[in-house]
Ligand binder design. Structure first.
Ligand code: 3UK
Length: 505
């Protein structure tokens, strides 16, 4: 059970508290061009908070859209919005004017803080909010930096209530339409006091690194909130690739890495070129972690990966396992603080070995903006995820598929992830996505979309070889009767496969 005071400002609790406990001179943020100590970060945050309140005249509860890649100023802006008692609405860097317009409208945005390099799509919004300020733009006299220079420190944190909304986060839109979820000040602290405290055992000498954008709660937690809660350091870099992430782990001697399974899959064969001896924990989330990827990363680095399922609705990871508790193939057990169970179609709990819908209860939970799916998603404090899961007799949870991705072919239930897992073990396969293609005779047929490793040709013979490969390893009715070669899988900015796009192909 977590208990927080009724008056609680999460940014003050993370940042000011770190300085007060003596972390002021420790490095908080490591950027491409600069490092900031906790005291330096606090000064920036306080000046930005003054700009928001004094210059823009924003008042408690106003909503501020944030747009920027992972860099120190983006982090400072986020914290300043929270500290000033405003509501942060982070947006993914690759979004276009059309999608931003929908977010500005849906979240009733009052002001925008935008990295100068990403300003174009903001200016293309027809009904722009009253205030738009650019940052990372030091030479522009109208920039946020110029305005900051005119303000003193400190800024007294707004005395928020623990259950004031401070964050509106949009889901990745794996199924097409992003949904807004609202979170309280206490939720922001609660995620810091669950997964990183108990599963990661985060410490002050940790250096966090990874790819998820701060606009995605996976990145917001892993690359900003968690490190601050433990007086640790965060490396914030833009535009990482598997190669540059490996180089950055080596350069900054990072200890904890957060990224998606595809990144680990691509990094594994390159790992031998780098000294990764500093790394002690590698966290995979966002999508199911195939066993083949876990094994490849472990063979390359000696590290046992920490898989964890999280969701924007719940803010961060709620089922996971680390160290000796890891059971390959399973996501893990509920993170201390959370409870999970599996429900049948009638909403009743099922026992071990039965696939059903995953339900989760804990200190964080979903309130949808505009009530969109509230009643479908939350029953009695239990959040119903869109995931089909199975439990074993020891209480480990195994991912099977998204509930709406379960393939039903000739009466059989087939989880695409299981077929993908087998295909990924074939030397010719770099990446793959398996879907159900509607078919008159069988209802659906299993269809694999395969990206080949360099050096392999997309021939009919190879397709047959891959189909036979699957038939030999799992029940033959699961093999992909249809197999297509493609150059690249469609993914969201958060690294998730967009199966709906494969289905539309
Ligand atoms: C899927 C996983 C299997 C699952 C997220 C960590 O992904 C995050 O949030 P989203 O709202 O998506 C949630 C959905 O993604 N998923 C995530 N992790 C796993 N499936 N194994 C996993 N390890 O379908 C879930 O319902 O974009 C992840 C932290 C914060 C997050 N927001």
């Amino acid at each position: 059970e977590l208990h927080y005071p009724q008056r609680l400002n999460c940014a003050a609790e993370l940042l000011d508290a770190a300085v007060e406990r003596g972390a002021g001179e420790r490095i908080a943020i490591i950027g491409e061009h600069e490092n900031w100590t906790y005291a330096q970060l606090q000064q920036r945050v306080d000046r930005i908070a003054h700009v928001l309140r004094a210059d823009l005249g924003l008042v408690t509860g106003n909503r501020v859209l944030l747009r920027g890649a992972n860099n120190p100023m983006m982090a400072a802006c986020l914290l300043a919005v929270l500290k000033a008692g405003l509501i942060a609405v982070p947006s993914m860097p690759l979004l276009r004017a059309r999608e931003l317009t929908a977010i500005v409208d849906k979240a009733s945005v009052d002001a925008v803080l935008c990295a100068a390099s990403l300003r174009g799509e903001i200016d293309a919004i027809a009904a722009l909010p009253r205030h738009v300020l650019a940052f990372n733009d030091p030479d522009n006299p109208a920039s946020l930096e110029a305005m900051m220079a005119r303000h003193p420190v400190p800024f007294a944190a707004h005395a928020s209530a623990a259950d004031d909304v401070c964050l509106i986060s949009f889901t990745s839109g794996t199924t097409g339409i992003p949904k807004g979820t609202m979170h309280f000040h206490r939720d922001v602290l609660a995620i810091c006091d669950c997964f990183p405290r108990h599963t990661l055992a985060a410490r002050a000498d940790d250096i966090f690194i990874g790819t998820p954008p701060l606009a995605f709660t996976f990145g917001l937690g892993g690359l900003l909130l968690f490190p601050m809660r433990f007086s640790a350091a965060a490396v914030l870099l833009e535009k990482l690739t598997p190669d540059t992430l490996l180089a950055a782990i080596e350069k900054y001697r990072a200890t904890v890495c957060f990224t998606a399974p595809t990144f680990y899959r691509q990094m594994a064969p390159l790992a031998a070129n780098h000294d990764l001896s500093s790394l002690t924990r590698s966290v995979s989330a966002g999508e199911a972690l195939p066993l083949a990827t876990r094994e490849a990363w472990q063979a390359a680095t000696g590290l046992r990966m920490i898989d964890g399922i999280g969701a924007t609705e719940l803010l961060h990871i709620f089922i996971s396992a680390a160290g000796d508790a890891i059971r390959p193939g399973a996501t893990g057990k509920p993170v201390p603080g959370y409870h999970a169970c599996i429900l049948d179609a009638n909403g009743l709990p099922v026992g071990p070995g039965v696939i059903g819908r995953l339900a989760v209860k804990g200190p964080t939970g979903c309130r949808y903006l505009a009530d969109e799916r509230q009643n479908d998603y939350v029953h009695d404090g239990w959040n119903l995820t869109g995931d089909a899961y199975e439990m074993d007799a020891d209480g480990y949870f195994y991912y099977r598929s998204r509930t709406d991705d379960m393939i039903i072919s000739a009466g059989y239930n087939i989880a695409g992830a299981e077929v993908e897992e087998v295909l990924l073990r074939h030397d010719a396969v770099a990446e793959c996505g398996v879907i159900g293609r509607p078919c008159e005779e069988r209802g659906q047929v299993v269809e694999a979309h395969v990206v080949l490793q360099p050096g392999f040709e997309p021939t009919e013979a190879l397709a047959v070889q891959l189909q036979d490969f699957v038939k030999l390893q799992i029940a033959p009715y699961k093999y992909p009767r249809s197999l297509r070669f493609i150059d690249k899988l469609p993914r969201t900015e958060t690294g998730k496969l967009q199966r709906f796009k494969l289905r539309a192909n």
